[in-house]
Design a protein around this ligand. Structure first.
Ligand code: GDG
Length: 490
């Protein structure tokens, strides 16, 4: 079977129990199903020098990682990736810092990663690159003569073309995207935005085949909503009985789990919760909002601002409504072990997920997968999370409209059990149908096809054409096998 080579900015440590972040979780789940390896940054920062990759195999999983230098970390990671691309892709031009110098470092790190990855590749390998840090990766690999199929999955949304065109290097970004065989996005609206952007930035042409031509390259763009492995969150017989009761007397927990990021709408969530306590005093002492907000990218200014704002909001709500024996908001600014998430979701009567914009949002899916089907909690979710397309039976709210979130909380708390069960059944069905396995299988198989179209340019007898024929055969075999496995338990 063809090897799958995953490439992402950050490679998670297979030995570490505490891992926050949706990209790592999604890749980890996929590598459980495929042979191959994972290439990227190990999370270490060296003062200077020329980082070299090192390979480690833990429990059958191989990672090839290297550190970043301090300048790389500042300019490639915190700078171009997280202070230019992240805000623009989330349509927050007001927070973008288009400083000169970031872009050259961004390209240089991609070039170095490509130089270190190319010698490790075999002709049958399928290369799957993840996220906005690595847009130029395919172009750099192609320059080194790599002809394997290369796909790109963007975990975050694509902003409207008008926002994307504000990036000074938008033409270079568009050209780099054109070097992939397949680009996967989370939603149809992201697909439309990307096509729009390619058309306006570099006069990309939509072809009758549905592919898009960017200069001399043709690429496929598709929607592949990322999923979770719901079995990681399900309860076996007797397991749930060991948990504390969902309601302690008449006290309901509302749960929020979000990286501390300005896209996650946390100040709006806190304000709405405060407003709810003001408008519905009968709920005081009967609910608690437990908000876990693990730290992330703390050296970026916008992240320090949001941290200070949240601390002040939580303090003022607790000061205003709290009692000696009741604290309205538990605000926890640290990473919790992954093994504890399932129980926390299960014992929460409401899941409150209100990002201003989110590629997908895995927390929403994890919350649903953890519930008791006979007495489930209610998910209140932003209509601007990518997951809203797949989960229309949750309580959808406009995260910019505090009054709408207030009503969402009320509806969730007052929802009768029958309705909670009926909605949860539909939600769980969708989470199961579109799980992490379905996501990686469909992307992998489309990428193999896109790679084959590309191989049309090679003679039938070339090594690459033969390798792609083998790949296509292995994809067929693997997808039959996976479909059979997915039927078990449904
Ligand atoms: C990006 C996109 C897209 C969170 N806190 C802790 C913790 N987590 C885990 C959650 C979940 C993951 O991190 C977060 O995933 P999200 O999808 O909610 O958000 P992002 O990190 O922003 O992910 C997003 C995703 O990529 C996948 O494509 O859905 O839109 O922004 O799995 O459980 N895990 C642990 N401790 C925590 O404190 N262990």
């Amino acid at each position: 079977m063809a090897r799958l080579v995953m490439v992402s900015n950050r490679v998670i440590d297979f030995n570490a129990a505490q891992q926050a972040g949706g990209v790592g979780v999604a890749i980890y789940n996929t590598l459980e199903q495929h042979s191959g390896f994972w290439f990227g940054w190990d999370g270490q920062i060296e003062e200077s020098g020329s980082p070299e990759p090192k390979s480690i195999t833990v429990g059958g999983h191989t990672t090839v990682t290297e550190p970043l230098t301090e300048p790389d970390y500042n300019d490639y990671y915190l700078g171009y990736s997280n202070s230019v691309l992240w805000p623009v892709f989330h349509n927050r031009l007001d927070l973008a810092q288009f400083e000169a110098g970031y872009y050259s470092s961004y390209v240089a790190v991609n070039q170095r990663f490509a130089r270190h990855l190319a010698p490790l590749l075999q002709p049958d390998d399928v290369i799957w690159v993840h996220d906005y840090h690595l847009v130029p990766m395919a172009l750099e690999l192609r320059k080194l003569g790599v002809e394997n199929p290369i796909g790109f999955f963007l975990h975050i949304p694509i902003g409207p073309a008008q926002a994307m065109l504000a990036i000074p290097e938008n033409k270079e970004i568009a050209r780099a995207l054109g070097a992939y065989d397949l680009i996967g996005l989370q939603t149809q609206s992201d697909v439309r935005n990307l096509i729009d952007f390619l058309q306006q930035s570099v006069a990309g042409r939509l072809l009758p085949s549905g592919r898009i031509r960017v200069f001399e390259a043709e690429l496929d763009i598709g929607c592949f909503p990322v999923g979770i492995d719901p079995n990681d969150f399900a309860f076996g017989p007797g397991e749930a009985e060991a948990l504390p009761p969902t309601e302690t007397g008449d006290l309901h927990q509302i749960i929020g789990i979000d990286r501390l990021d300005y896209t996650k709408g946390l100040p709006q969530k806190f304000r709405a919760y405060g407003k709810f306590l003001e408008e519905y005093p009968e709920y005081r002492r009967r609910i608690v909002l437990s908000q876990f907000a693990p730290p992330t990218r703390e050296s970026v200014e916008a992240y320090a601002d949001i941290k200070a704002e949240l601390e002040s909001l939580a303090g003022s709500i607790n000061g205003r409504y709290g009692e000696l024996d009741w604290v309205p908001i538990n605000y926890i600014h640290r990473t919790i072990p992954r093994s504890e998430l399932r129980d926390i979701y299960r014992t929460s009567r409401v899941g409150l997920v209100t990002p201003l914009k989110d590629g997908m949002n895995l927390v929403a899916k994890e919350y649903i997968a953890s519930q008791d089907p006979k007495d489930p909690g209610v998910l209140v979710m932003s209509k601007f999370a990518g997951a809203a397309d797949q989960l229309p039976d949750c309580v959808l709210v406009n995260p910019y409209d505090i009054a709408d979130i207030v009503q969402g909380i009320r509806i969730a708390l007052e929802m009768p059990r029958d309705e909670r069960c009926a909605r949860h059944e539909k939600l769980l069905r969708n989470v199961r149908k579109s799980d992490s396995n379905a996501w990686s299988r469909s992307f992998f198989s489309e990428l193999a096809k896109a790679g084959q179209r590309r191989a049309g340019r090679f003679s039938k007898s070339s090594d690459m054409a033969k390798a792609l024929e083998r790949l296509q055969a292995s994809v067929k075999k693997n997808s039959t096998h996976s479909r059979a496995a997915a039927n078990v338990g449904t």
